[in-house]
Ligand binder design. Structure first.
Ligand SMILES: Cc1ncc(C[n+]2csc(CCOP(=O)(O)OP(=O)(O)O)c2C)c(N)n1
Ligand SMILES: [Mg+2]
Length: 906
């Protein structure tokens, strides 16, 4: 009986053994090898057998881990085509300038920050890419997409400096951005729009974005919009960064879709910010298992070339054993201690191992380099990655954090945060980099260490520039180009929404779906529309689009769907248009970002519409949205099933009354809460024109839109005359006050709250002689930003004629108090309260949602017709326009219990 579950292979127990005698012979042989020569030899033989079986095409399950050595054996390394000595010199210049830039910044302004150790550990990884692999954007090429680890930015600036793309004055503006011309702390396209393309410093976002980016390149290709076969996505990842769920959460997608255009380089320096990543284990082994299990090609670059000869002499497998059993905490210690310590504690315990390194000095032992610093090993790995077909590659490169910076830095637990060097440390670094001719002692005795750039006629400069030229120019480089200009849609796409829906009741979500279909059908812009859904199309009533637009599937539809006979069947295709992301808002957002930045990254504008449960947008993936804004995303986000009471039965975790507030925190997000179909259409139409005026990406604004759409069906009114600008500006008068009323007031509604407001208008006129005019407040964010700008102008221009914010001007057009009602928190309308020229009161849905009918919920949150009426009356009474008894009568009339606890307290 099998007792250890880890060794059960169901297959060999459930199929008949057709030749038990032969089976027994194989097993006996194995027993004999283990008995006579030990486990190491047995493992070796088994691995050989597995390797042969793979060569013979005998499918065996891939094991998820391999021994702790390089995946590519020395004898299979390719010929290195570069000049290693010149490249080493270039690398040293880069290393020097990167360190000096940070040190000078902290001399200028103590506490300005910056990082030395991250790039010090990954310099070779970047340099091998810059000299041999990363493709630039010269001659209108789209080039590669390189996601650079945020904290390695100093090294990238240093290289740009050497290439003459920056001068010393630039480097001396590292982290000094206000006033212009500064270098951002990390990759921020928002701040350096000609340089950086991909924001990465919020850990985990670069990795997930890189996966969906690579996938989006395939999508563009398969849909024949752009030939992306020449572009690769590279992503540099920290080993600590792999702790983030976003980093590894989508790796299976990359394998499933066969993204061999994607290469990750995980810099395994064994440390994160506070200490070891896996002190008690081995991060490389753990990651290997995860990536292999997910179907990635994994290339481990653990040991530098000087270990090759030791491994070749490892006849007993003792070295391999020692490598396998040593945990990362110990490896980190070996990097800190002298060679004698490693001799004693790594090699020492086993006499055979000790003997193996007897010919090496302690210094030699200390300097046995790790694979991630070995240029040739890295070159071999990158080349293998670029030749891999059918799967993405993860290169796991082992390094020392702070490598070459000296004993005060290398592998110290505090190394991540150290940003200063003493003169002595600087001299030691200079010596280690063999730069004593370029940087003499006197230069270092001065207060500020110098940068160094080799002259333009130097071998290094010419070599570096030749390499970049051969690889299509410098990188990173961001430019908005019209490689594939975007034709804007026909006017008729939007036209139908202005006349309303007549008697037919529809929701704004249905209106959006119809608009999306119109856009996708438009001959001009149609192919550029990218509908993205996270397994919610049916929820939003969009499943009708499946058959018409089809769902993108990298390998087509390999089965006949269960609903194939239906008109609206589930249709997948290689050139399908819809990105159905499954249950991953993060994935949807990453796809959206890839599409929303394609106008710049590829010069191919695409118009993404990501529609999701509004509750799972800003609240769930807000940081991805922030990063997209940093990346200057242009596109549309749609928060569906919006509103705390409009989505009725779903309860606390679903009913969103705050996404608009969260959206208002993103500077370039245009947040709208449209009530009617014509508003929605007008906003989207205007958005397209702002992003791509006359279809020209280079003149467009880097803004994106967040629109809430609701699932409450109503008869959509026709668009009133002359309200076009008001819709976009955030506020317009929807309907005048009923005639023959005495007391004026104004009611502002947004989104689905229009229902209560419109009913209240009638109720107030009929029963209370109050005449309210109705206003649709489509965007409080827009109104607030305009008002803040006006307020600021007034503050800074004393004595000049004061300007008046738009919201103040508009509201000055009426009399009496103002009541704003929304299906979101009061803080949303309150954004503009202080600019109201009349008394202001907001009604909203502060508190946790809960399941019930819409009417009951609106009564509970005090946003129903009765509460709107009472609020207007109460405001009028406060102003002395009516008696307080009228308010009391109304409270009684509508059966409102005045003594319940506020909804946000329970
Ligand atoms: C989401 C997020 N959380 C925390 C941080 C702060 N942080 C910056 S660097 C770092 C450690 C990075 O370690 P690793 O990924 O191993 O990179 P290394 O510098 O070692 O290459 C942390 C926690 C961050 N940038 N982003
Ligand atoms: Mg690390």
């Amino acid at each position: 009986m099998v007792t250890d579950m880890t060794f059960i292979d169901g297959f060999v127990h459930q199929l008949p053994d057709t030749d038990p005698q032969e089976t027994q012979e194989w097993l006996d042989s194995l027993d004999a090898v283990v008995g006579a020569q030990g486990e190491a030899r047995a493992r070796f033989l088994l691995s050989k057998v597995l390797e042969r079986s793979r060569q013979l095409g005998v499918g065996t399950p891939a094991s998820v881990s391999t021994p702790y050595i390089n995946t590519i054996p020395a004898e299979q390394e390719p010929w290195f085509p570069g000049d290693e000595e010149v490249e080493r010199r270039i690398r040293r210049f880069v290393r020097w300038n990167a360190a000096v830039m940070v040190i000078r910044a902290n001399k200028r302004a103590d506490g300005i920050g910056g990082h030395l150790s991250t790039f010090a550990s990954s310099a070779a990884q970047y340099e091998v890419g810059f000299n041999h692999f990363f493709r630039g954007k010269g001659d209108g090429q789209p080039g590669d997409a390189v996601y650079i680890q945020g904290h390695a930015a100093p090294g990238v600036y240093a290289r740009a400096f050497l290439e003459g793309r920056m001068d010393e004055a630039h480097l001396d503006r590292f982290r000094t951005e206000v006033g212009g011309g500064g270098l951002s702390s990390y990759p921020h396209p928002r701040l350096m729009p000609d340089f950086w393309e991909y924001p990465t410093v919020s850990m985990g976002l670069g990795p997930i974005n890189s996966i969906y980016h690579a996938r989006f390149l395939r999508y563009l290709h398969n849909r024949q919009i752009d030939d992306t076969s020449g572009s690769r996505v590279w992503c540099f990842v920290g080993d600590g960064e792999t702790d983030e769920p976003e980093t590894l959460g989508a790796i299976s997608l990359a394998a499933r879709e066969g993204l061999d255009n994607l290469t990750w380089v995980v810099n395994c320096n064994l440390q994160r910010l506070d200490g070891p990543v896996r002190g008690n284990g081995k991060i490389i082994q753990e990651l290997e298992a995860q990536f292999r299990g997910a179907g990635w090609n994994v290339i481990k670059v653990v040991w530098g070339r000087r270990w090759d000869e030791l491994l070749a002499a490892d006849v007993d497998g003792v070295l391999l054993n020692r490598m396998n059993e040593t945990v990362d905490g110990e490896y980190q210690r070996f990097a800190v201690e002298e060679g004698s310590y490693t001799r004693e504690h790594f090699f020492g315990p086993d006499p055979r191992l000790r003997e193996m390194v007897a010919h090496l000095s302690d210094d030699d032992i200390h300097n046995l380099p790790r694979g991630g610093h070995d240029y040739r090993k890295l070159y071999a790995a990158y080349q293998a990655a670029t030749q891999q077909t059918g799967a993405p590659t993860a290169i796991l490169a082992k390094t020392v954090k702070g490598w070459a910076l000296g004993p005060g830095f290398e592998a110290r637990n505090a190394t991540h945060q150290i940003k200063k060097m003493t003169v002595k440390e600087l001299k030691a670094l200079r010596d280690r980099l063999h730069l004593d001719e370029e940087i003499p002692d006197e230069a270092l005795d001065a207060d500020t260490p110098p940068f160094y750039r080799p002259p333009q006629d130097s071998v290094e400069y010419r070599y570096m520039m030749d390499r970049r030229q051969a690889l299509d120019g410098p990188l990173p480089s961001r430019a908005v180009r019209n490689r594939r200009p975007l034709p804007l849609p026909e006017e008729s796409v939007f036209g139908e929404f202005t006349s309303g829906s007549g008697k037919q009741e529809v929701s704004t979500t249905m209106a959006f779906t119809r608009l999306l279909r119109n856009l996708a059908r438009d001959e001009r812009i149609g192919p550029r529309i990218v509908p993205i859904v996270p397994d919610e199309a049916r929820t939003f009533g969009m499943d009708g689009l499946f058959r018409e637009l089809e769902i993108y599937a990298a390998f087509g539809q390999l089965y006949e769907p269960v609903d194939h006979a239906l008109l609206l069947s589930y249709a997948e295709d290689r050139d399908g248009q819809i990105l159905e992301e499954g249950i991953s808002e993060a994935g949807g957002l990453a796809s959206w970002t890839a599409a929303a930045t394609s106008y710049a990254n590829r010069g191919v504008p695409m118009i993404p519409f990501f529609i999701f449960y509004s509750m799972f947008g800003f609240q769930r993936v807000g940081d991805l949205i922030w990063a997209a804004a940093d990346a200057r995303a242009r596109g549309f986000l749609l928060g569906a099933t919006a509103g705390r009471t409009t989505l009725l039965g779903e309860g606390l975790q679903h009913q969103d009354g705050h996404s608009l507030l969260l959206a208002s925190t993103v500077p370039t997000c245009e947040a709208y809460d449209p009530a009617f179909a014509y508003e929605l259409a007008a906003i989207i139409q205007d958005g397209l024109h702002r992003m791509y005026p006359d279809g020209d990406a280079t003149r467009g604004e880097d803004v994106f839109y967040y629109l809430t759409v609701y699932n409450e069906n109503v008869a959509m009114p026709p668009m009133p005359e002359g309200v076009g600008d008001g819709i976009l500006e955030g506020l317009y008068r929807f309907a005048p006050a009923p005639e023959a009323t005495t007391h004026p007031a104004s009611l502002l509604f947004s989104g689905s709250a229009h229902g209560a407001a419109r009913e209240a208008q009638t109720e107030l006129a009929e029963h209370f002689d109050v005449g309210v005019d109705l206003w649709s407040a489509t965007s409080y964010k827009r109104l607030r930003e305009e008002a803040m700008a006006v307020e600021r102008w007034n503050r800074l221009h004393p004595g000049e004629a004061a300007r008046v914010p738009r919201v103040t001007q508009r509201l000055a057009e009426g009399d009496g108090p103002v009541v704003a009602v929304t299906d979101f928190m009061r803080a949303v309308p309150d954004q503009v309260a202080r600019w109201s020229p009349r008394p202001w009161l907001s009604l909203g849905t502060d508190g946790f949602g809960r399941s019930d009918t819409r009417d009951t919920l609106r009564r509970f949150f005090e946003t129903d017709t009765a509460h709107v009426v009472v609020a207007v009356l109460s405001q009028l009474a406060t102003a002395g326009a009516i008696e307080t008894s009228v308010v009391a009568d109304a409270i009684a009339r509508y059966g409102i219990d005045p003594d319940t606890a506020p909804p946000w307290t329970h």
